[in-house]
Ligand binder design. Structure first.
Ligand code: ADP
Ligand code: MG
Length: 367
C-alpha cells in the first residue's frame, strides 16, 4: 500500500438547491500524511470528503489525487475508500469475509481473499477474530474490521468521516492510538474528519480548521494551538480568555489593545493597525496570579480539581468570567478574595475581530 497526495484547486461546492457548502478552497494533503479537517457541525467537512471520493462533483475547480484530475471519475474508479461512523458490516458473515467482501466482486479467488483478509486482520490486531461474527466483537473491534475492509481494495487515500463518534469516551481514546498506528504501518494517506479537537490534535500530522464553508488555517497541532490566526481558530481549538477591544498602539511585533478590562500588550501576528477592532486571546494555562506587565483585578470564585491540574474561575471587575489553570502542586491555597492576575505579553495574541466558536454550553442549548 502507498499513499498519494490530494490536491484541491479552487474547489467550490454548491448543492443543487443553490446552497454553497464549500467556498473556493485550495488545499494540499501530502502523500502518506494523517490529515484532519476540524470544524463544527455543518461547516462543510463531509461535503469536502464527498468531493474527494466522487459522490459530489465540485461546481468549480478540480480535485487531483496523485496528480490525476478526478473529474468525471465515479467513486469506485478513484483510489479512495470511505469509512463513516455507521459501519454497515454484514452480521451473518464471519469477520474475514466482511474484510474480503470487496475483493470477490473483483474476481479474486477465495484462497487469495482469505490470505489478504488474514494479513489485514493482523494489521488491525484482530488476527485471532477472523471466524467470529461482527456481533461477537466489541465496538472498537468492529471499527477495526471496517478499517481492514476499507484497506482491502488497496486505496491510496482513506477518507474517515467522524468514525469514532458512536463509541464511548474510553474506546474513542484508545482508537485514536490504533488509527494512528494503522496509518503509520500502511503509509496510506488518511483524511480524517472530526468536530473533536482532541482527536485532531492527538492523531494528525497536520490539521485544517474549517468554519462556515472555508478553511481558516492549516498547520500542525502545535502551530494551531500556539499560533491560531483567526478569532474562530483561537476560540474553537482549546480554551481561552477573550478580551475584545481596539488596537491603540503598535510596539514592534506587539500591539497594545484597549479593552473593558484595561490596556494590554500582546503579539500582533496579523499586523493590526491603530484603531482596528481586535480580540486579545489568553489561554488559561498562561494566566498567573499577580504577574507580568498585563494585570487586572479579579475575584476568585470557583476551583475545579482535575487531578493533575486545577482550573480556577475568576470574576473580573467588569463581570466577565476568566479561566486560569495551573499544575496541582499541592501548594495552592484558595480563598475568595480579590487578586491581581496577569499574563505575559509573549503568550497573548491580538487577533482581528471575527466570529467566535460556540462554547460547549451554547452548543448544548442549540441542540
Ligand atoms: P459537516 O460535515 O461539517 O457537518 P456538511 O458538509 O454535511 O457539514 O454540510 C455543510 C452544509 O451543507 C450544511 O449547511 C448542510 O446543511 C448543507 N448540505 C449538506 N448536504 C446538502 C445537500 N445534499 N443539499 C443541500 N445542502 C446540503
Ligand atoms: Mg459531516
Amino acid at each position: 500500500m502507498r499513499g498519494k497526495d490530494v490536491l484541491l484547486e479552487k474547489v467550490e461546492i454548491t448543492y443543487p438547491n443553490g446552497f454553497t457548502a464549500v467556498h473556493e478552497t485550495d488545499l494540499t494533503v501530502r502523500a502518506g500524511e494523517f490529515f484532519s479537517i476540524l470544524g463544527p457541525s455543518g461547516c462543510g467537512k463531509t461535503t469536502i470528503l464527498r468531493a474527494v471520493s466522487g459522490f459530489v462533483e465540485p461546481s468549480g475547480g478540480a480535485v487531483r489525487i496523485g496528480g490525476q484530475d478526478q473529474r468525471g471519475l465515479a467513486p469506485n474508479a478513484r483510489p479512495t475508500a470511505l469509512i463513516f461512523q455507521n459501519l454497515a458490516l454484514f452480521p451473518m458473515m464471519p469477520v474475514w469475509e466482511n474484510v474480503a467482501f470487496g475483493l470477490e466482486a473483483r474476481g479474486v479467488s477465495k484462497r487469495e481473499r482469505q490470505a489478504r483478509a488474514t494479513e489485514l486482520l493482523n494489521l488491525v490486531a484482530l488476527g485471532d477474530q477472523a471466524d467470529k461474527k461482527p456481533g461477537e466483537l466489541s465496538g472498537g473491534q468492529r471499527q477495526r474490521v471496517a478499517i481492514a475492509r476499507a484497506l482491502a481494495v488497496d486505496p491510496a487515500v482513506l477518507l474517515l468521516d467522524e468514525p469514532l463518534s458512536a463509541l464511548d469516551l474510553k474506546l474513542r481514546q484508545h482508537m485514536r492510538a490504533e488509527l494512528r498506528s494503522i496509518q503509520q504501518k500502511t503509509g496510506v494517506t488518511f483524511i480524517y474528519i472530526t468536530h473533536d479537537q482532541g482527536e485532531a490534535l492527538t492523531m494528525s500530522d497536520r490539521i485544517a480548521v474549517m468554519n462556515a464553508g472555508r478553511i481558516e488555517q492549516v498547520g500542525t497541532g502545535d502551530e494551531i494551538y500556539a499560533r491560531p490566526r483567526t478569532a474562530f481558530a483561537a476560540s474553537f481549538v482549546g480554551e481561552s480568555n477573550q478580551f475584545p477591544g481596539r488596537v491603540s498602539a503598535q510596539e514592534g511585533q506587539m500591539a497594545w489593545i484597549e479593552t473593558a478590562h484595561g490596556r494590554f500588550l500582546g503579539r500582533n501576528i496579523a499586523d493590526l493597525q491603530e484603531g482596528d477592532a481586535a480580540i486579545l486571546f489568553v489561554r488559561p494555562e498562561v494566566m498567573r496570579v499577580a504577574d507580568g506587565r498585563n494585570r487586572l483585578k479579579a475575584r476568585l470564585e470557583r476551583r475545579d480539581l482535575e487531578g493533575a491540574f486545577i482550573n480556577i474561575f475568576l470574576r473580573s471587575q467588569t463581570g466577565a468570567e476568566l479561566a486560569m489553570s495551573m499544575p496541582n502542586t499541592g501548594m495552592i491555597g484558595f480563598d475568595t478574595s480579590d487578586v491581581d492576575v496577569g499574563f505575559s505579553a509573549e503568550q497573548a495574541l491580538v487577533l482581528p475581530e471575527g466570529p467566535l466558536a460556540k462554547t460547549g454550553r451554547e452548543e448544548l442549548a442549540a441542540e
